[in-house]
Design a protein around this ligand. Sequence first.
Ligand SMILES: Nc1ncnc2c1ncn2[C@@H]1O[C@H](COP(=O)(O)OP(=O)(O)OP(=O)(O)O)[C@@H](O)[C@H]1O
Ligand SMILES: [Mg+2]
Length: 497
Amino acid sequence: MSDYLIELIDITKTFPGVRALDNVSMKVISGEVHALVGENGAGKSTLIKILAGVFRPDGNKSVIKIAGEEVELNNPIIAQECGVSVIYQEFNLLPYLSVTENIFLGRLPTKKSGIIDWKKANSNASEILLSLNLDIDPRTFLKDLSVAQKQIVEIGKALSLNARIIIMDEPSAVLAGEELNYLFEVIRSLKERGITVVYISHRLDEIFEIADRATVLKDGKLVGTLKIQDAEKSELIEMMIGRTLDETFPKSSNGTGKKILEVKNISTKNLINNVSFILHKGEVLGIAGLVGSGKTELARALFGVDSLTNGQIIIDEKTVKNIDPKKAVELGIGLVPEDRKSQGLVLKLSIKKNITLPVLKFFTKIGLIKKNLEIKYVKDHMQALEIKAPGINTVVQQLSGGNQQKVVVAKWLGTNPNVFILDEPTRGIDVGTKKEMYNIIRDLAEDGAGVIMMSSELLEILGMSDRILVMHQGEIAGELKSDEASEERILRLAIGE
Ligand SMILES: Nc1ncnc2c1ncn2[C@@H]1O[C@H](COP(=O)(O)OP(=O)(O)OP(=O)(O)O)[C@@H](O)[C@H]1O
Ligand SMILES: [Mg+2]
């Protein structure tokens, strides 16, 4: 019998205008944690969806073997029967059902009479979750769980389906600090049970911590598979982006100018409690904190999405009354939101339409759009952020996750705001483009904007910020200057010490 649990051989997949995968082969050893890495649009999610039976490969040259046997994964149910479960970033769970119902949907145990045996169902659910170290009442509505807990419920559901192979597509993008450690513990315990894990992530530190081997894709082609133990980070980066990359951050000129934004004792119904700080022209103010600490809620308050129950926002020495998003834009505030799918993009519209949405008035003269200018504008922005797509008219929905994120950023770059709020700006973005993004953020500050950057990646906060505010439970737990900040000091503040 073969040593490999999964063999994907010569997989090709074409979408209109794009060859997402070109003759890719990947072999996964039984019981290992196998990382799948590559730039945005490299084909990672597509390969996973083929293994999950969501997409069919082109032609008949492609072969898929599971435990040595050739299989036809024509749909997700067949894939599931072969033991494949996928944890997608957008969970497949139902918010208004209980944890138990989510785990056993369509498979709830019944009594002889045919009615559902809730006692048994709940205790089975509890047992699975406890084995993953999650001690919650299984009757809780799913919507009341944290993101990390939802992830564990998904994993529990996979186990209840007797999954042998659990695939995770960027699970860590929504986690930070302790939650990430918890996920790693769960992955290690899955491994101990003999379950094979395929793990997609753009964070190389994680891959070096958790993976046994990694397969690298680039532009839909296989670059190679390597053993993490024998590999260097720089080697992996070079395989991914085809060149070396120094991992340093762009230097800050530290020239902070006059005060452009002052926040005085603001509170909202949505977590924010008595927050005060000042933002200067030319500075990057990092906002650190664990998931759920209020970073996103702060962004929402500043942009007027959530209304203030108390306190003041002062821009250019003038107090702004009842800020809302429209007023915020007029006052020169730009926001790149965290949740790109629901807030940042119109998925059914083209890249061009999305990017020019906030600046359309610059291209319109008596109702007519200056087409050439508009096209140049969009092309310039696509180039600056290395957005990979067949053309400017490609519908955003068809882009890879990371490329969608870049479109959101491009959309706001052109509005030239004085205060730029970026909530997790590099989430889901590959290492090469991350560096570009850092340069862009530094340029924005250098050109005189004040930048507020929320991030749960400590290295990015430390590398980019002139000053750091650490949040804990909706409040500012402390402020650190860049030269006095360290991972440890941030974490201590973040956990409320
Ligand atoms: N449904 C689709 N229709 C058209 N093109 C698609 C579709 N899904 C993916 N693509 C294209 O296939 C290519 C590979 O995309 P894929 O989502 O696999 O990338 P990825 O490696 O997961 O990237 P990311 O790191 O950004 O998530 C991209 O060029 C993408 O635009
Ligand atoms: Mg993807």
